[in-house]
Design a binder for this molecule. Structure first.
Ligand code: ADP
Ligand code: MG
Length: 750
């Protein structure tokens, strides 16, 4: 198919040197060129005047004017704005140490001026920017209220030539292509690219084959590929551009989801899993004696799990639910089903404290049910450890709660010293801390536990970090996702308030009043010191200050990162038993800690935490029926204004948005959306995810709806026609193989 398209070097205006630059970008033919789509469009209706841009920015710098519903769109809006300006003055500043900065004052016809600021390639910009020249400038604007100063740091700039200016003046929509260094040095500029794209359409536009069935395109109102290219390279209106972009995104996502669908099918067809009978008298007994009713979301998820159990196909399920939504109890019922069907069950927690909490909680729930729960953590005494291991190996232990100690140690023969007995279910709590590899390791240990049969266990991973659905569909595309999207009925939404450091005393008094009512509080403050020793010192000093100067009459506990796990555990247990009124925690209090009597969370230096972290911390309160509060203490100057120096501005604004978001919503998924917009999808889980796909056309932040539909269609196609043999899928198959090759071995390619 591809080779019927004209090679790039045969296009008029492309000589050998230019062809080489194109090929360097993977552009071999007219078709590839058409896939090189404009980054933006110049259109009179989409250009801001500097004055209106300043006005929009101003709204976002003040707390009072931020509206919660606007946050996501505002942040997105902030990502880029385009203006057309004239260069008014160019000024170069040099600092001690040889650092340079270029400040270019620009104007348009509005009363507001702006500055383009360059810290890098100062010499280059100084040379190319022409006094009085007209430029298209795109970037993230920063606005400083007091001096009404509008700035762009390192924007993209493009000289507007006479031809463009004329087109623009006529109201034509002018495509802006990304011009890389390589293109530039081969003398390929914007105007040439525009012309070449038109030529490519003219030569080969009608050779473009459509791979999707017409009905599918029709259902989602997507244009055919050829039509989409025409709209992108030679648009007649803006709506058409959006329409065409959706087509390219859909295609990209469809193929991506198709790979996931094929992978998942592979898993399902080949593996023999454990069959678990969901009807369980133990589960029934527990249900009857629970002091609360399960929420309908919890029931729905349990049904999803029960379906997997019954099927005998191994479950690979991600259970997502906001903090406090009651994931644990769901897993507890699943464990009981497994135990009653005669299988051992593992539950793995990321820390000893959480393992201990699960051990204690689960043992209490199972009292009198004849279920034997054991615990396996690091630092256990040898004798205890040996007897636990014996119980596990013999199968007398029904449920094993533990940390990474569940992996066991190695014997001298390099075998695991842990032998399990017929594992049917593995539950992994707070899964972001465990990698895919660890999941695989547990799985294979479980398979070993079945001897010759090597049955594959069911796996349930629970995540308390809500991530946007779009992201979970791509990151965990090969897992089934269950979502608990409802909090237990007895909960009152946590009230969150941003407070300032000079008001702290007032809120300490508030804590005192809550304690007088019989409640407990957390005070968290982030560690800022460089060395562990200094951290410890400052932690202890802070604690002592609070205990003696502020809360002399109350019982204050301290939890810090340098304590051993059982020391921490002692403090936590004492807090559970209400032997402390206030718990000062210098490290992040463990994700998952559950003390329903705690009603106040005060976070000092809240600006130092990320959104996901703040949300996790806040989730430590509001776990019972009482009204809970979260106070986010931050620097006084945030109240009036944010950052004065330009380089501080964006960080400060992100902080404001973060704290404000916390104040406005308790909804973890919404918070996750904002977090993703602020930090980008790659950073949202705290670490860069290796499995993150890179998309050419798709924006994971804003293309959620297209991801959903592409996924639905791709999975349906693979379900109905796993090898794409049906006549109506032949073009799809060819297109897929053309972009992904046959190396995956997905289809039985002849
Ligand atoms: P998380 O999803 O954050 O892990 P947990 O499983 O720790 O939440 O549950 C939080 C608290 O809510 C626990 O104390 C639990 O006993 C309680 N809980 C769970 N389900 C319900 C329910 N349906 N109604 C009332 N309380 C519940
Ligand atoms: Mg939990």
């Amino acid at each position: 198919m591809e080779n019927t398209f004209t090679p790039i070097q045969f296009l008029k205006g492309v000589g050998p040197k230019r062809a080489e630059a194109f090929i360097g970008l993977g552009i071999h033919t007219t078709l590839d060129l058409l896939r090189y789509v404009p980054r933006a469009y110049l259109d009179r209706s989409s250009i801001f005047s500097l004055a209106s841009l300043a006005e929009r920015c101003r709204k976002q710098t003040l707390f009072s004017e931020l509206k919660s519903d606007d946050i996501v769109s505002e942040v997105q809006y902030r990502r880029e704005a385009t203006v057309i300006v004239r260069v008014h003055a160019i000024r170069r500043q040099e600092f001690a140490g040889g650092r340079k900065m270029l400040i270019v004052t620009v104007r348009d016809d509005s009363p507001q001026a702006a500055e383009l600021v360059f810290f890098q390639q100062v010499g280059y910009y100084e040379k190319v920017l022409q006094q009085d020249g007209t430029y298209v400038v795109s970037g993230n604007p920063e606005f400083e209220e007091r001096f009404r100063k509008l700035q762009f740091h390192h924007p993209t700039i493009e000289r507007v030539n006479d031809e463009d200016e004329e087109l623009f003046a006529k109201g034509v929509i002018v495509p802006q292509y990304p011009i890389t260094k390589e293109l530039k040095s081969a003398g390929i500029w914007m105007a040439l690219l525009r012309r070449l794209a038109l030529t490519a359409l003219e030569y080969d536009g009608d050779k473009i084959e459509e791979c999707f069935p017409a009905a599918m395109l029709g259902q989602y109102d997507l244009p055919e590929l050829g039509r989409a290219f025409a709209a992108l390279h030679a648009p007649t209106n803006l709506r058409e551009i959006g329409w065409a972009k959706r087509r390219l995104k859909f295609e990209e996502l469809f193929f991506f989801e198709m790979i996931l669908a094929l992978r998942r099918r592979g898993n399902r067809v080949q593996e023999q899993g454990v069959t678990i009978e969901p009807r369980s008298t133990k589960a029934r007994t527990l249900l009857d004696r629970l002091p609360f009713e399960l929420t309908s979301a919890q029931k729905r998820v349990l049904n999803e799990i029960a379906d997997d159990f019954r099927s005998g196909k191994p479950m690979n399920r991600l259970l997502q639910g906001d903090v406090g939504s009651g994931k644990t109890i769901v897993s507890v019922f699943a464990m009981l089903m497994a135990v009653e069907s005669g299988f051992q069950t593992l539950i793995m927690a990321p820390t000893e404290i959480l393992a201990e909490q699960h051990y204690r909680g689960i043992s209490a729930l199972f009292e009198g049910l004849g279920v034997n729960v054991v615990q396996l953590v690091g630092g256990q005494k040898k004798k205890v450890r040996a007897s636990v291991q014996e119980e596990i190996a013999s199968g007398r232990a029904h449920i094993v709660v533990g940390t990474h100690a569940l992996f066991g140690g190695m014997t001298s023969k390099n075998e695991s010293n842990l032998v399990y007995h017929k594992i049917g279910l593995i539950v992994i709590d707070e899964q972001h801390r465990f990698g895919v590899m660890q999941r695989a390791k547990l799985r294979s240990m479980a398979m070993d536990s079945h001897g010759e049969e090597r049955l594959v266990p069911h796996i349930l991973v629970m995540s308390a970090t809500p991530i946007p659905r779009t992201l979970s569909m791509t990151l965990y595309g090969d897992l089934d996702v269950s979502i608990i999207n409802e909090l237990p009925k007895n909960r009152k939404p946590i009230r969150t308030k941003i407070i300032f450091e000079n008001e702290l005393r007032t809120y300490f008094d508030f804590i005192r009043a809550e304690v007088a009512k019989g409640r407990q509080a957390y005070i968290v403050y982030p560690l800022v010191e460089q060395s562990e020793k200094m951290e410890l010192k400052s932690a202890v000093e802070h604690y002592e200050h609070l205990q003696t100067e502020i809360f002399g009459d109350l019982r204050v506990g301290l939890l810090h990162g340098q304590m051993l796990w059982y020391e921490k555990d002692d403090v936590m247990k004492a807090f559970y038993r209400r032997e402390y009124d206030i718990l000062v925690a210098t490290t992040v209090i463990e994700v998952g800690i559950d003390v329903p009597n705690a009603t106040v969370m005060l976070i000092e230096n809240a600006e130092r935490f990320g959104l996901a972290q703040l949300h996790q911390l806040r989730g430590r309160v509001g776990r019972g029926a009482e009204q809970s509060y979260c106070f986010l203490a931050t620097k006084d100057h945030f109240r009036y204004h944010i950052g004065k120096k330009p380089e501080e501005l964006s960080a400060a604004r992100a902080t404001v948005l973060r704290l404000k978001t916390m104040e406005d919503t308790n909804d973890g998924f919404k918070i996750a959306e904002v977090d993703m917009t602020l930090r980008g999808p790659g950073d949202i889980l705290g670490t860069r995810q290796s499995g993150m796909p890179e998309f050419r056309y798709t924006d994971l932040v804003s293309d959620g709806d297209i991801i959903t539909m592409a996924r639905r269609e791709a999975f349906a196609v693979i379900e109905a026609d796993p090898h794409l043999r049906k006549p109506e899928h032949q073009k799809l198959r060819a297109a897929f193989l053309a972009s992904y090759g046959s190396g995956h071995g997905f289809f039985d390619v002849a």
